[in-house]
Design a protein. Structure first.
Lengths: 375, 245
């Protein structure tokens, strides 16, 4: 035991030392910030706050502000989680990160824009007609994004099966650019606005004060995730997927059609991104050909944070990332008196990624990444 | 149960040749496995044993010759086609789905079957054969001991209702005490009328329960005889078993 520890210590390079320093500095900074934040909430007049905030003084957050941030974070995180599932599932069966997955999400948001505008023109995007209209819209979005994912697999990735993992990875970046540019060519470079949501979606719940549309996003995302969990854990196809993810040769020995199972994996991941796309459209009511990029990268972050290949981890990673993004700037940066912290949310999100990779490289819930049979 | 006179082979190799790239692995191999018999294929490292199994299952395509299943040439049929018609394998080192539960592993063995009652009945049959497996049902397969994993691997193969069970090095990686138990299990499965084609390094043990055997050397069948004759063959003893007695 001691010998092993010594051997490990002896093998340390300068890079290791640098990483250790980085870990300590980052965690130390966050710890100090959190203490300062808590102190500021209890006693805004404390010396640290006066030092950092000067004459204007530090502010205390109200309950409503916390609640608002948390709900915003969770609703955003739920969408990251939905997209992250696609990254994670494809990684599980094929061992590569499909960087074009963010475009599957964007294609769904675009479909939502087209369909909702048509419904709005027909006067269906309000009143009682909204319900059938939104169900049809969601269905179409899911169909389009699922098809996109399946076609992507068929056209771009299937031929690359068995080639080194870097090759499909680079291909996926190419596919991502292709879809982005194709959408720009067809629909133009400008942002497209969704029609206004029905009034009740924009209101807040009595007592709780939560925005209805955010609550709807969280509920629909939860239903989609529960459905996916049931599918993967309880159905025969799901079992086949997990078997293929673990050992393709033995899976085919069981009589499982590995190619079909891979297609189904892309389809299911695409459907989840489809749900996320239409939710995104309803929440932010705007879509552009690059809409898929940032949520895609963040969802990838969420998948890594949760441990790639682990579905529960992807969902938890998404929600944690959304939460960290919403609360992080205020809890970590604001105590230092940095102005306009909420604009630094992306920086916080990717800092979370770096921090997780520094501290636990397999992700928070991920031992699964290290399985030796990946090839 | 030994071979019935006049019956046709269940599974057959007719002048099979295989290549990995330019490397010639199997050279004009002829094999025939009859319903209900227990046969073994012996051979050292790199003699082509694993390739033989993969070719029987369709995971490797022969470059010439015919793989015949029930009198039908199946060279172009996928693995699933052969599994459906009663050819199953217990792979080397068991290769369970470690992250799946024992129950899920067994259910995957019956992946191509739709008869719910039949599957349930077979599960019960496996539990009575391997009571330990029933106790571990909800555990992840990766947490089992080597002996337990061997039982699950056999159970998983039996769930496909095979007529011929291919076994790749069944005693590989097992504790010596378990090797004997393992061969007893193989005999027990054989008693149920399932033909067994066993690939083994442990020639003495394999031949002691087998009806017939082949010896493969660098891709060629060099000996083909009954188990008793092979055990008595001085060539085999010297060249393959490597024993001085």
């Amino acid at each position: 035991m001691t010998a092993a520890v010594r051997a490990k210590g002896a093998g340390k390079t300068n890079v290791d030392r640098f990483l250790t320093v980085l870990r300590v500095v980052m965690i130390g900074f966050i710890a100090i910030s959190l203490v300062a934040f808590i102190a500021q909430q209890i006693a805004p007049e404390n010396p640290f706050a006066e030092w950092r905030h000067g004459d204007e003084g530090a502010t205390r957050l109200s309950w409503a502000q916390y609640r608002g941030l948390l709900v915003t974070g969770i609703s955003q995180g739920a969408m990251y989680g939905l997209i992250a599932l696609g990254y994670s599932m494809v990684y599980g069966v094929l061992g590569f990160i499909n960087f074009a997955h963010g475009e599957v999400f964007m294609v769904s948001a675009f479909t939502g824009f087209i369909v909702s505008t048509k419904f709005d023109a027909a006067g269906w995007w309000e009143g009682a007609a909204f319900f059938p209209a939104i169900i049809i819209t969601v269905a179409l979005c899911v169909i389009v994004s699922t098809s996109t994912a399946v076609i992507m697999e068929r056209v771009a990735y299937r031929r690359l099966r068995g080639s080194p993992r870097l090759i499909p990875l680079i291909t996926s970046i190419g596919v991502s650019f292709f879809i982005q540019e194709a959408v720009r060519l067809v629909f133009g470079p400008g942002a497209k606005g969704y029609p206004s949501n029905p009034d009740w979606l924009e209101e807040r719940l009595p007592w709780l004060g939560i925005e209805v549309k955010k609550l709807v996003v969280i509920i629909i995302a939860a239903i989609a995730m529960a459905g996916l969990w049931y599918f993967v854990e309880r159905t025969k196809t799901g079992k086949a997927m997990r078997a293929v993810a673990e050992d393709k040769e033995i899976a085919s020995l069981m009589g499982i059609d590995v190619d079909k199972t891979i297609v189904k994996t892309f389809a299911v991941g695409g459907a989840m991104a489809g749900v996320a796309g239409i939710l995104w459209g309803i929440l932010f009511r705007s879509v552009i050909n690059t809409t898929g990029f940032l949520p895609g990268i963040k969802a990838f972050t969420a998948a890594v944070v949760g441990g790639v290949g682990n579905l529960g981890g992807a969902m938890a990673g998404g929600v944690s990332l959304g939460g960290a993004e919403a609360l992080g700037p205020l809890m970590i940066l604001e105590p230092w008196g940095i102005p306009g912290v909420s604009q630094l949310r992306d920086a916080v999100a990717f800092t979370v990624l770096i921090l997780v990779l520094l501290v636990k490289p397999t992700g928070l819930f991920g031992e699964r990444l290290s399985s030796e049979e990946r090839a | 149960m030994t071979r019935q006179e006049g019956s046709t082979p269940l599974l057959e190799f007719r002048d099979i040749n295989t290549h990995y790239g330019a490397v010639h692995i199997l050279k004009d191999v002829n094999l025939a496995i009859y319903p209900g018999e227990l046969v073994c294929l012996l051979g050292g490292n790199a003699s082509g044993k694993s390739t033989t199994l993969k070719t029987l299952l369709g995971m490797v395509k022969p470059t010439s010759g015919e793989v015949v299943l029930d009198g039908e040439v199946v060279n172009d049929k996928p693995t699933s086609y052969r599994v459906e018609r009663g050819v199953t394998m217990v792979p080397e080192n068991r290769r369970l789905f470690k992250r799946l539960s024992v129950k899920e592993n067994l259910e995957l063995g019956a992946y191509l079957r739709d008869d719910k009652e039949g599957i349930e009945a077979d599960l019960e049959r496996i539990f009575s054969m391997f009571p330990r497996v029933k106790e571990r049902l909800t555990q992840k397969a990766g947490t089992l001991s080597g002996g337990e994993q061997q039982m699950v691997a056999m159970g998983r193969a039996l769930m496909a209702r095979p007529r011929v069970l291919l076994m790749d090095e069944p005693s590989m990686g097992l504790a010596p005490a378990l090797v004997q138990t393992n061969f007893e299990l193989i005999e027990q499965i054989h008693q149920e009328g399932i033909a067994i084609f066993m690939v083994e390094q442990n020639a003495n043990m394999a031949l002691s329960i087998a009806d017939r055997g082949w010896v493969l050397q660098t891709g060629k069948v060099v000996l083909d005889n009954t188990a008793e004759a092979l055990l008595a063959d001085p060539d085999l003893r010297r060249s393959y078993l490597g024993q001085a007695d």
